[in-house]
Design a binder for this molecule. Structure first.
Ligand SMILES: Cc1cc2nc3c(=O)[nH]c(=O)nc-3n(C[C@H](O)[C@H](O)[C@H](O)COP(=O)(O)OP(=O)(O)OC[C@H]3O[C@@H](n4cnc5c(N)ncnc54)[C@H](O)[C@@H]3O)c2cc1C
Length: 462
């Protein structure tokens, strides 16, 4: 396994990174990326074992609902690319069982890649979303054939890939790109039915990142994102060679949607695990700021906190149900239930804005205007700021100010905005969660109950 220091060293591998218009030679010296890399490094250290046979326990596939129950909460606690590594490996294993039946050679490559990735203790990111050009048109009808990532050349020893994968969380800090089609491909679109693994430092890979990392030199009034932040990366695949051993799908259109569907499930499971923690954090912040303002016993405040509590509890309930009703692949590898995962993810994302509104309503305008730590440390102005920021006597002015900083950092600043959009779009967007939920819901039973209610049928199953 790698230590955090070895991980940071591994990033000096000739990868082509850009941020804010400039190229990045040394990630550890780049203010907009280094804290994100340090977060990943801390998680490496957390899991490190010197045993030469050790692998990260997160990437061991669960074999029972109980093992899944141990894994899933970790997805919400580790850095984002340790989480995407877990999701990628689980996706590959879920898909391998099906691919293997029709194409044993592709199945073998997937199993061997997974073993190798676990042994090397690498970080993998999920590359699904293409540029997509005109959304109305399929890949083969786009004016630019590269709008969807495709194979531009087949050789005896591999393929050459061209295209772009957008919004890829943490790609600039990972080791490998797990590339797969963003949608189902039809016969005639074989060049787009492509899944493979590409090292980020392969010739032709170019990465441009954006980040909500605080820009301030003194970032103490960003108590959360100063330590936990992750860039999103625009990955350009400019004629990248991929050797045969790393190709998992090469024109088999019937399996083109399999990887993205499997990943969708694991990605949303990770999303729900994270949302469960975030929702409880929103509840805690709402209660603490209400107490700091001296308003925790007011009826309308209690009602808003109760709504937050119900929101958080239903996310946890969905996560728990997804684990309890988990299923197993032919290989005996356990995966979460689709219906509960998607319904919980949808509920968490759909209600999020309203819950943040409750928090802002309870907290007051100082969410945006509370003075910084540097301000309150200023000898001349600090004491006056603290005097006027004092709320209830049970909480110091400084603690109250720090709570406002946390609320702003999590919900009303760069990361807050990132969150609003990501909740709607990640995991294929709310639309995708609606489709999958409806697909897995027991509609026949619902119709039977309705028939009974309408007196149309004598007997029903439940
Ligand atoms: C911060 C962030 C991180 C992300 N991380 C990753 C990642 O790590 N890996 C990854 O692969 N992706 C990632 N995504 C991408 C995410 O999955 C996409 O944003 C999402 O699938 C929507 O795609 P899009 O952004 O291209 O929007 P669009 O596809 O343009 O969608 C915009 C709207 O148009 C609708 N629409 C699109 N096409 C059609 C159509 N043909 N017919 C009808 N309606 C249509 C959509 O439903 C949506 O309402 C991330 C996104 C964000 C914001």
């Amino acid at each position: 396994m790698l230590t955090g220091a070895q991980y940071l060293e591994s990033l000096n591998d000739g990868r082509v990174n850009y941020i804010s218009g400039h190229s990045v030679d040394d990630i550890e010296r780049e203010p907009l990326l280094r804290e994100a890399a340090n977060w990943v490094a801390r998680v490496y250290d957390h899991f490190y074992s010197p045993d030469p046979d050790a692998v990260n326990p997160m990437v061991q596939p669960p074999r029972s609902a109980d093992e899944l129950r141990e894994h899933v909460p970790l997805m919400g606690q580790v850095d984002f690319i340790t989480s995407t590594t877990y999701q990628s490996i689980m996706t590959l294993l879920t898909a391998a069982a099906q691919v293997n039946r029709s194409y044993p050679e592709l199945g073998r490559r997937i199993y061997e890649y997974v073993d190798d990735a676990k042994r090397r203790d690498i970080r993998i990111v999920e590359c699904i979303t293409d540029g997509k050009g005109n959304r109305k048109l399929p890949p083969s009808k786009q004016p630019d054939p590269d709008a969807y990532t495709r194979i531009v050349e087949r050789r005896d020893d591999g393929i050459v890939v061209r295209g772009a994968k957008l919004h890829i969380t943490g790609a600039c800090l990972a080791h490998e790109l797990f590339v797969m089609p963003t949608k189902n491909m039809k016969p005639g679109e074989e060049e787009y039915a492509l899944a493979c693994a590409i090292p980020v430092n392969s010739p032709g890979v170019k990465m441009v990142s954006t980040t909500y990392a605080p820009r301030e030199e003194d970032d103490r009034h960003f108590p959360f994102t100063r330590h936990e932040q992750m860039p999103d990366t625009f990955v350009i695949l400019d004629d990248v060679f991929v050797p045969n051993e790393r190709i998992f799908l090469d024109g088999q259109v019937e399996f083109s949607a399999l990887f993205a569907h499997s990943l969708g499930l694991w990605e949303r499971t990770g999303g729900v695990a994270l949302m469960a923690i975030e929702a409880d954090t929103l509840v805690g912040l709402a209660q603490l700021i209400a107490e700091a303002n001296g308003l925790e016993r007011q009826e309308h405040i209690k009602e808003k906190v109760s709504e937050l509590v119900i929101y958080a509890t239903l996310i946890r309930a969905g996560l728990e149900a997804a684990i309890t009703h988990s299923r197993a692949t032919e290989d005996g590898f356990v995966f979460p239930d689709e219906l509960y995962t998607n319904a919980a993810k949808y509920h968490g994302a759909h209600q999020y804005n309203e819950m943040v509104r409750n928090l802002h309503d309870i907290a007051g305008g100082a969410v945006l205007t509370a003075p910084t730590i540097a301000d309150i440390e200023n000898e001349e102005i600090g004491p006056l700021l603290l005097k006027y920021m004092q709320g209830s006597a049970t909480v110091t002015a400084e603690e109250r100010i720090r709570l406002f900083h946390a609320i702003r950092d999590l919900t009303a600043d760069g990361f807050g905005g990132w969150h609003l959009v990501t909740n709607v779009q990640s995991g294929g967007g709310l639309y995708a969660q609606r489709i999958v939920t409806r697909k897995h819901y027991d509609m026949e039973n619902a119709k039977a109950l309705a028939r009974r209610a309408a007196g149309l049928e004598a007997e029903v199953t439940a």
